[in-house]
Design a protein around this ligand. Structure first.
Ligand SMILES: *Cc1c(COP(=O)(O)O)cnc(C)c1O
Length: 386
């Protein structure tokens, strides 16, 4: 496309933003610039592209794309979701404090407690479903409020706008891990957050064939800082993974719609199934976060948790699934099913898991985009073993 994409709709930007035709050949898809360095024209004449840790056209295209979709100043792509989080956390120094949703991604909890606490950063783990808990946890040295909504796998929902207002009154910045909903369904920067980040490994790439992360700040000054961190720490996304992630994002809107339609059908079926004790999905009117999510997002996503009542019941079912992939991760076109307590959240100590409601009978489904009748049939035959 030619011209300013910022006025275009989301699905149009998902295909065109940051991706003008290749200036040399007119290639419609941004080429994979698989190079480590670039020839410079003359001594003392600075070039736009010098060394690929710092500048790469394929990565830059993806970064412009995600900045457009989230409505941020800049985009920054990393080798993983965790390295995007690591870049964000360089804003904190020894003595600084952060308030964090108590049920964040297990790897985030591990990184903060095991790697950052030894550097003298402190964290308060808070039930952020009530903004008053965030207010109560703020200290003079609080620099950051770090949120996830909905959380994984207990599906806590928190009010981003209310929490951002409280944090800003106290001079703290707000970051949201938006991996579960994607900018198609929820845009935290529009709700008052200062940073949004993703594991692109999940829905943004969407095809379970790449590990990556992005970080998008609202302000250009934070963007400059993050660009400096990319260059200095070097945990950047490769050209090939940048290409794959851009390719995935082109179909994000149609995938997310289908993911959610399938999730709703699975939830309806599971709610009526006698072997399933409880179904957690923010799209259910009785879910405690339903009203907030309806207000701050345009959908409910496709992550579902079910309570099977015991480890034995969960195991009986998980050992029998055939079509659904028994695997960690989420957000792929294929339906993935997992046991959080022993897989994604194994690094969280048992007593902490119990406090969060993350039981041994909990099973998590990331609804894919297959024919939903086939998914229901697979669940039924697996549940028959319970
Ligand atoms: C997977 C995940 C991460 C970590 O991302 P990686 O790409 O695996 O490093 C962070 N947050 C959430 C919510 C995730 O699901």
């Amino acid at each position: 496309m030619k011209g300013d994409p910022s006025k275009l709709g989301f699905a149009t930007r998902a295909i065109h933003a940051g991706q003008p035709p290749d200036p040399r050949t007119g290639a419609v898809a941004v080429p994979i610039y698989q190079t480590s360095t670039y020839v410079q024209s003359a001594l003392g004449e600075p070039a736009e592209f010098e060394y690929a840790r710092v500048q790469n056209p394929t990565r830059f295209a993806l970064e412009a794309l995600v900045a457009s979709l989230e409505g941020g100043a800049t985009g920054h792509a990393f080798a993983s979701g965790m390295s995007a989080i690591a870049c964000l956390m360089t804003l904190l120094k020894t003595g600084d404090h952060a308030v964090v949703s108590q049920n964040v991604y297990g790897g985030t909890w591990r990184y903060f407690t095991h790697l950052l606490e030894p550097y003298g950063l402190t964290f308060s783990w808070v039930d952020t479903t009530d903004p008053a808990n965030v207010e109560a946890a703020l200290k003079p040295e609080t620099k950051l409020v770090y949120l996830e909504t909905p959380t994984n796998p207990v599906m806590d929902v928190c009010d981003i706008a209310a929490i951002a207002a409280i944090a800003h009154r106290h001079g703290a910045l707000v970051a949201v891990d938006n991996t579960f909903l994607t900018p198609f369904l929820q845009r935290p920067l529009e709700l008052g957050a200062d940073f949004v980040l993703h594991s692109t490994t999940k829905y943004l790439n969407g095809h379970s064939d790449s590990i990556g992360g992005v970080l998008i700040p609202k302000s250009a000054s934070h963007g400059e800082r993050f660009y400096f961190v990319q260059k200095s720490q070097g945990a950047i996304l490769s050209p090939f993974d940048s290409f794959l992630t851009m390719r995935g994002i082109k179909t994000l809107p149609v995938r997310m719609e289908r993911h959610e339609t399938n999730a709703r059908a699975l939830v309806d079926h599971l709610l009526r199934h006698p072997k399933v004790q409880k179904v957690l999905w923010p799209g259910l009117p009785e879910h405690p976060g339903h009203a907030i999510q309806k207000r701050q997002a345009s959908g409910f996503g496709a992550m579902i948790s079910l309570e099977m009542g015991s480890f034995a019941a969960a195991k009986a079912m998980l050992d029998r699934v055939r079509l659904m992939a028994f695997a960690e991760s989420l957000g792929g076109v294929e339906t993935l099913i997992s046991h959080p307590a022993s897989m994604t959240h194994a690094s969280v100590p048992a007593e902490r898991r119990a406090a969060l409601g993350l039981t041994d009978g909990l099973v998590r489904i990331s609804a894919g985009i297959e024919d939903v009748e086939d998914l229901i049939a697979d669940l039924d035959q697996a549940l028959a073993a319970v």
